[in-house]
Design a protein around this ligand. Structure first.
Ligand code: T4K
Length: 391
């Protein structure tokens, strides 16, 4: 601590940052390297590189089993998986989504000429508020997409009740929620289907990748067709489609990372506990909790920098950047303030007071298997010094 304080004083006179190399949010977790390379070697021997290969099928089976769901349809990324799910469910007109999400949730709709209508979230959960959703329904609304933000599941029953009352389709963007549960049931079993992302920065990655989980046999079959141009066999196209296929090398990464998943959760949980212990005592700083009963993957360490903190979130972000800590303001400023939605709905913020507040307070900190405990202690000492110096 004393060292950090001295360093802070020195920093004014051009001292080097606290970390020599940047500390990133989103550093990939990587499983057993030898096992991965051996699978890649197998792929090269087999000369079967993509198009529903044996490793993709093995990965789908294992992910479906892990989530206790009938179907896992693997795709090339989470965004295409969302687009295919949206199209397979026949969504049109308007679909209600949170603005407090990664831009892909909104773009997956807009890209298909469906209007994303932004509803507010709850301050305690950061997920869609079912009452706010209900207030945004119009005769043009065809569906709702809930986002399990940070891997903490939405109010699944509340949203299902709204969907049922109004005859709407409900699906979930579960990009953050690999392996997570709600009331003892794993994601994949809620709504019509749920979409995972396996992007490099995610808790579980396949370089790029994603999947749709569902218990609906017909929907799964339709999405399998759609991800492969609608081919039902050689020279036989029976459905409109696109190229959403996962490659074998991506599946190899997935299979190896699946074997490492328990260790990744443990490392993330350890990091989260340490961050909480070191940051929660600071005024106006609160690290978001996870409920151990919901099988969280702890992949995001989310600090809320409240109004009672002597230093604002953006000032803290800047101070951390100066020390080579590349923390992130997910999902600032909210989709409604990004293009094209900013021009389409210039006044959307008036209906999204909680989104606006939370987007201004959240700071996501580095975690994952590659982060030594000492780095977390140093990082938290930097935060503590900045907050202390601003009192
Ligand atoms: N829905 C939700 C709710 C999502 O959060 C996402 C993706 C999606 C849908 C769409 O799924 P995908 O189509 O992506 O499968 C990152 C990810 O690119 C994105 O996948 C993720 N959400 C989002 C929350 O985070 P950016 O714009 O922050 O990415 P970028 O390039 O700035 O990388 C983040 C950090 O990770 C940097 O500090 C660098 C570090 N990094 C990144 C990569 C790619 C590494 O250390 N190594 C790497 O290989 O969006």
């Amino acid at each position: 601590m004393k060292k950090i304080r001295e360093r802070r004083d020195l920093a004014i006179h051009g001292a080097p940052p606290a970390f020599a190399a940047p500390l990133h949010v989103g550093r990939p977790n990587i499983g057993d390297r030898e096992a991965f390379l051996s699978l890649v070697s197998e792929i090269l021997e087999r000369r079967w590189l993509t198009n529903n290969g044996p490793l993709v099928r093995r990965l789908e089976e294992r992910i479906a089993a892990l989530h206790g769901v009938r179907h896992c349809v693997a795709m090339c990324n989470g965004t295409i998986a969302l687009e295919i799910a949206i199209r397979a469910l026949g969504l049109k007109g308007e679909v209600i989504v949170p603005s407090f999400t990664f831009i892909a949730t909104a773009h997956a709709l807009h890209w298909q000429e469906i209007v994303p209508v932004f509803a507010d979230i709850r301050g305690d959960t950061h997920t869609l508020d079912p009452d706010a959703v209900e207030s945004m329904i119009t005769p043009r609304t065809s569906g709702i997409i809930g986002v399990h933000t940070w891997g903490r599941c939405c109010d699944v029953e509340g949203l299902q009740a709204v969907a049922d009352r109004h005859g709407l389709r409900l699906l979930f963007d579960a990009a953050h929620a690999f392996g997570c549960a709600y009331g003892g049931t794993r994601v994949g079993n809620f709504g019509a289907c749920e979409v995972l992302s396996f992007h490099a920065t995610k808790f579980f990655n396949t370089f790029e990748g994603g999947a749709v989980l569902t218990n609906d046999d017909a929907l799964a079959e339709q999405m399998r067709l759609m991800r492969n141009f609608g081919f039902a066999g050689l020279d036989n196209v029976i459905h409109p489609g696109t190229n959403g296929k996962m490659t074998e090398v991506a599946a190899a990464m997935g299979l190896v990372n699946l074997d490492a998943v328990d260790g990744i959760v443990q490392a993330n949980r350890r990091n989260h506990t340490l961050y909480k212990a070191l940051l929660d005592p600071l005024p106006g700083v609160r690290v978001l909790d996870y409920d151990p009963a919901q099988d969280p993957n702890y992949q995001y360490v989310v600090a809320e920098i409240g109004r009672d903190c002597p230093v604002g979130r953006d000032r803290l972000l800047e101070a951390l950047r100066a020390e080579n800590v590349l923390a992130r303001r997910y999902f600032w400023p909210g989709c409604h303030r990004m293009q094209p939605y900013r021009d389409l709905y210039p006044h959307a913020g008036l209906l999204l007071p909680v989104t606006e507040r939370i987007a201004g307070e959240v700071l996501v900190l580095p975690t994952g298997t590659g982060l030594p405990e000492q780095d977390i202690r140093t990082l938290c000492a930097v935060v503590s010094t900045v907050v202390g110096a601003s009192v």
